[in-house]
Design a protein. Structure first.
Length: 486
């Protein structure tokens, strides 16, 4: 079988199918694997990630994928999230001794950037999510509602929205609250923060992103497969209206019993001829799935300016600052408080999700804006010299989880014989995340295996509820968002 696309979705499908005895040939147009979760090399040899990617404790399929390709040891998990507002007030979210869903009670109560009315309004909304096991009734109303509308219905204060809900969800979903389906937003809090006391733990790669996938090529080839880089698909070969092969440069053709297309939905829409789209009505709506941008800003200073592994900024354009020098150079295991990044230069990466306002700005404008915010947030940068900086814009970084988008997301199995789809934009039950991408690859592999008469399950179950949530749910299954095929 042939996989087109070497991003997380294609790699996940290729690895599990190779592990199950299929001869996999994977073709990727770039000279490296990883897709959007990849690294660039600057002219001076420095590796920079196109954007900082992270995982959470609730991302069970991504964890399974990392285990399969030997990358688990390249992820470091943290159990503490640090917030910093422009007034210099710090707050942290960390699980305490109480069981779920009350494990954040202590740290949330002392979160300095929020006032008591802010916290009370947030608590009321959280209780609403808990009471309905992650699926409040208005999420099932005819016609989707935005996350912002859902929050307004629950009387959230201005700062509760801007300094809590927006901070978490724009980073998690790469979209503004008024453009986000409330089902996705509520699901983030249910799965990561409420149903399990470890679901929120954030895993950060301690190597450049491209290094995470070193084991994928070897895993496929070890089982008789093939990974071919620098091989963009130029067209499809049709016979009697059916898919019979794919065309590459120099009129080279490759054929197989089955094909998994794990490429962006925009690219797939341009590649598929109208005849195939008309064969499967779900493929006619790909152009209705919109995209949203992410911008990464990279600074190198002449001295250590930050001790924490990462920090979240409030009320600024910059949303996250990651201490890449410490992350790449630190020892394995949890971060025990502040740490020194060693003497010498320090590399910081900033992340701005849903960065629509930055798309038209020049590199110089973005650097000036973000550097001013960093100097305000991190006092040590004021005396430091900026050695170099770069900006990486991903204009179509993810699909936009806008209200009602699930009706346009196709399933992994199409009605076209031998054609399967993978990508976080397919129906996975998740938004545009690395977990969603891996889920799509596993679901595509399951659909292919079933169609071939060799059914096999690859999808991993969600992180099980624990604490009081587990006792309260009993044998009642945890809710899934609408549109899930899991």
């Amino acid at each position: 079988m042939i996989v087109i696309g070497g991003g997380l979705a294609g790699l996940a499908a290729g690895v599990v199918l190779a592990d199950s005895g299929w001869r996999v040939r994977l073709f990727e147009q770039r000279p490296f694997l990883g897709g959007r979760a990849a690294s660039y090399v600057l002219p001076d040899g420095e590796h920079v990630d196109n954007c900082q990617h992270v995982t959470l404790g609730c991302c069970t399929n991504l964890d399974d994928f990392y285990r399969r390709v030997g990358a688990s040891g390249k992820i470091r998990f943290f159990d503490r999230l640090l917030f910093l507002d422009p007034q210099g007030r710090r707050g942290e979210m960390k699980a305490g001794a109480l069981p779920a869903p009350f494990h954040f009670t202590g740290s949330f109560a002392s979160l300095a950037p929020l006032t008591l009315p802010d916290k009370l309004s947030i608590a009321r909304a959280m209780l609403n999510i808990i009471r309905h096991a992650g699926s409040p009734p208005d999420l099932r109303e005819r016609g989707a509602i935005s996350m912002l509308e859902w929050l307004r219905r629950r009387g959230q204060t201005k700062h509760a929205i801007s300094r809590f809900w927006r901070v978490v969800l724009v980073s998690a979903l790469d979209e503004e609250l008024d453009r986000t389906d409330a089902r996705f937003g509520v699901d983030v809090f249910w799965k990561a923060f409420l149903s399990n006391s470890t679901g929120y733990r954030m895993g950060v790669p301690v190597v450049p992103l491209s290094n995470l996938y070193d084991g994928c090529k070897a895993e496929i080839e070890r089982r008789g497969g093939e990974v071919v880089l620098r091989s963009p698909v130029r067209g499809l070969k049709l016979e009697s209206g059916q898919l019979a092969g794919v065309r590459f440069d120099e009129n080279r053709e490759e054929s197989a019993d089955a094909y998994i297309f794990a490429i962006p939905h925009t690219t797939l829409g341009e590649l598929l001829p109208e005849s195939l789209k008309q064969s499967d009505p779900s493929l006619t709506h790909l152009d209705k799935i919109k995209t949203s941008p992410i911008t990464g800003v990279h600074f190198w200073f002449d001295r250590p300016v930050m001790e924490e592994p990462f920090v979240t900024l409030l009320d600024t354009t910059t949303q996250w600052i990651f201490n890449k020098t410490a992350l790449y150079g630190g020892s394995a295991g949890d971060w025990n408080g502040a740490t020194n990044s060693a003497q010498g230069t320090q590399y910081l990466q900033l992340v701005i999700s849903a960065s629509y306002d930055l798309l038209q700005k020049s590199r110089e404008e973005i650097l000036e804006l973000c550097l001013a915010e960093v100097r305000h947030a991190l006092p040590k940068t004021r005396d430091a010299q900026l050695l170099k900086a770069t900006v990486i814009k991903e204009a179509a970084a993810t699909f936009s989880p806008e209200p009602g988008v699930d009706r346009f997301r196709p399933r992994q199995a199409t009605t076209i014989p031998g054609l399967f789809l993978a990508g976080d934009w397919t129906q996975t039950g998740w938004p545009a995340t690395m977990e969603g991408a891996v889920r799509s690859g596993y679901l595509a592999a399951e659909a292919l295996a079933c169609a071939s008469g060799r059914p096999k399950a690859f999808l991993q179950p969600d992180l099980a509820p624990d604490g009081f949530i587990q006792m309260w749910l009993g044998n009642k299954p945890a809710s899934r968002p609408a549109g899930s095929d899991a």
